[in-house]
Design a protein around this ligand. Structure first.
Ligand SMILES: C[S@@+](CC[C@H](N)C(=O)[O-])C[C@H]1O[C@@H](n2cnc3c(N)ncnc32)[C@H](O)[C@@H]1O
Length: 220
C-alpha cells in the first residue's frame, strides 16, 4: 500500500477475523465494515478481493482534511475515499457515509460484517448496545461471519456504560442461529499516542467471532 491509515499502528485482532473469512466465505464475498474510518481494514479486504461496504459517520475520516496526530503539527489526512482512489480500489468498495444507528437498519446483505472499536463511541450511548449488535447481525446471510473487536472497561466511568463490554456479556446476543467461533481478550496494555489520544493510555480489548448457521436448505 502506498497510503497509511491514521490508525495503522493500533492493536487489532483483524488477522483472526481474516483467517475465519478465508475458511468460511468465498473470495469474492461482500464484507460490511461498520465504523470504517479511513480504511485500515477496508483497504486490505478490498485488496484481497472482497467487495466491501464501508459505513462511516465521520466526514473527516471519509473525505480527509486537517488533523493533528500526536506530537505533530497539523497534517493533511487523505481520508477513506482519497486512499481508495490512490490505491485503485474504489471499484470494489461502496462507501456509505451515515450513522449506522440512524434511520432504518441498513439493508445490505453480506457474507461477513466487521467492526473495530466503534460502538463504545459516546455518539452511540443513547441506544442500547443490543441494537448496534442486532443491526450488524441482521446484515449477515446464513452461513456468514460476524466479527467485532471492542473496548473493555478499564476506568471507573467505563463500568457505567454497557458499550464497554466483555466477550462473556456479548456472547448472550449470539443464541439461536449463531455459533460463537472464537472469543479473545487482552489484559490491560499501554498503547502509544494515536489520533484523538495525545498520551500513552491503557486499553483492554475483546474479540468475538461468530458464524450464522446455514438455513436447512443450505445444508442439503
Ligand atoms: C476507533 S475508529 C476505527 C479505528 C480502527 N482501528 C479502524 O480503522 O477501523 C472507530 C470508527 O467508528 C466510527 N463510528 C462509531 N460509531 C459509528 C456509527 N454509529 N456509525 C458509523 N460510524 C461509527 C467512528 O466515527 C470511527 O471512525
Amino acid at each position: 500500500m502506498q497510503t497509511q491509515s491514521l490508525w495503522e499502528h493500533t492493536l487489532t485482532f483483524f488477522p483472526q477475523f481474516l483467517a475465519v473469512l478465508r475458511e468460511r466465505v468465498t473470495p469474492d464475498s461482500t464484507v460490511v465494515v461498520v465504523g470504517a474510518s479511513d480504511g485500515k481494514f477496508v483497504l486490505p479486504l478490498a485488496a484481497t478481493g472482497y467487495r466491501v461496504v464501508a459505513v462511516e459517520r465521520d466526514a473527516l475520516a471519509v473525505h480527509g482534511g486537517e488533523v493533528r496526530p500526536p506530537g505533530d503539527s497539523q497534517v493533511h489526512a487523505m481520508g477513506l475515499t482519497g486512499r481508495l482512489k490512490l490505491e485503485k480500489l474504489h471499484d470494489r468498495v461502496q462507501v456509505i457515509e451515515e450513522d449506522f444507528l440512524a434511520g432504518e437498519p441498513l439493508d445490505v446483505p453480506c457474507e461477513a460484517v466487521w467492526t473495530s472499536c466503534s460502538w463504545h463511541y459516546s455518539a452511540n450511548h443513547h441506544r442500547p448496545l443490543a441494537e448496534f449488535v442486532d443491526r450488524m447481525q441482521r446484515l449477515v446471510r446464513p452461513g456468514g461471519v460476524f466479527g467485532a473487536e471492542f473496548m473493555m472497561p478499564v476506568e471507573k466511568r467505563h463500568h457505567l456504560v454497557e458499550h464497554y463490554t466483555s466477550p462473556e456479556r456479548l456472547r448472550r446476543h449470539f443464541s439461536g442461529d449463531w455459533d460463537v467461533l472464537l472469543t479473545l481478550r487482552t489484559n490491560e496494555f499501554t498503547e502509544r499516542p494515536h489520533i484523538g489520544q495525545p498520551h500513552d493510555h491503557t486499553h483492554r480489548m475483546g474479540l468475538l467471532l461468530a458464524a450464522r448457521l446455514p438455513t436447512p436448505t443450505d445444508r442439503l
